[in-house]
Design a protein around this ligand. Structure first.
Ligand SMILES: Cc1cc2nc3c(=O)[nH]c(=O)nc-3n(C[C@H](O)[C@H](O)[C@H](O)COP(=O)(O)OP(=O)(O)OC[C@H]3O[C@@H](n4cnc5c(N)ncnc54)[C@H](O)[C@@H]3O)c2cc1C
Length: 249
């Protein structure tokens, strides 16, 4: 039997990849005023750019964004969005999508925004827009909770949730978006809003399945007990088998 060759990530920082001449012939993007680390293919030392470009899961990504900005707070995201006005903007969460880094794009990479806070009293978990499923699972595990996200621990919650989100718990509690309580969103003009059933309800509706078309989500808050009839479930997956608890809906 031939050895199994992985066709996808996680990607490794390249040692041999160089910025192609065609990319270097394009006009260098201006990155003055950006509040965070930002890289361009024209940097004197392109190693930061090349590493940031590899920090996505999907190995079929071959394109060359003109800027990779790496904010670590929502305030930095707001400034990035304002400075990117009028440009071709892309957002990266877990980098599972082959379209996550288009050629020439002003890429806002959320790879530094992966914090997760669990509130066991309110039975909610809030995760930053660049968190991966494993980040959420690991934060919930000590509390014996599980959020209904996807099946692959390396998937970003950003693209997954905005696309619906099917996972182990879906048959019991629905999609990720059925359990999304609220989202903090930076709109195209840099305004920060909270979308929920009570606040910005139309945006809340649009985010739940509308992909990255309505703004950049810096925080997702999921309910941990919105499902019906789930007293105790077994989650069999990434970290082995463990009990998860959820309140009856
Ligand atoms: C191996 C594998 C396993 C998968 N398993 C599942 C699964 O079990 N269940 C399931 O439902 N799906 C699954 N998917 C599909 C996956 O959910 C989508 O590919 C999703 O887009 C990946 O999200 P990401 O954040 O990792 O991707 P990214 O490439 O980072 O993001 C994809 C797009 O989402 C948008 N986006 C991401 N984050 C944000 C944000 N914070 N704000 C605004 N826009 C944003 C952007 O438009 C971006 O281009 C899987 C995919 C793969 C490759």
């Amino acid at each position: 039997m031939s050895p199994q060759i992985p066709i996808n990530g996680p990607r490794e920082v390249p040692t041999s990849v160089v910025v192609p001449a065609g990319v270097l012939e394009t006009k260098a993007a201006a990155i003055e005023g950006l509040p965070c680390k930002a890289f361009t293919p024209h940097d004197a030392d392109p190693s930061g750019y090349l590493s940031a470009r590899e920090d996505c899961w999907n190995k079929s990504v071959k394109d060359w964004p003109s800027v990779i900005a790496m904010p670590s707070t929502k305030e930095e995201v707001i400034t990035c969005v304002k400075l990117a006005a009028g440009k071709k903007v892309a957002v990266l969460s877990g980098g599972h999508s082959p379209m996550c880094m288009p050629n020439g794009a002003f890429l806002i990479s959320l790879r530094k925004m992966n914090g997760v806070v669990v509130d066991p009293e309110r039975m909610v978990v809030t995760a930053e827009g660049g968190a991966k499923i494993a980040d959420v699972d690991n934060a919930l595990k000590p509390h014996n909770f599980a959020a209904p996200l996807g099946t692959h621990p390396d998937t970003g919650i950003g693209g997954l949730t905005l696309g619906g989100g099917i996972g182990w718990l879906t048959p019991r509690v629905g999609l990720a978006i059925d359990n999304l309580v609220s989202a903090e969103v930076v709109l195209a003009d840099g305004t920060l809003v909270t979308a929920s059933a009570e606040s910005e309800p139309e945006l809340y509706w649009a985010l739940r399945g509308g992909g990255g078309n309505f703004g950049l989500v810096v925080r997702f808050t999921y309910g941990l007990g919105l499902g019906v009839g789930l007293g105790l479930a077994k989650l069999v997956g990434q970290g082995g088998e463990h009990d998860v608890r959820a309140r009856r809906g």
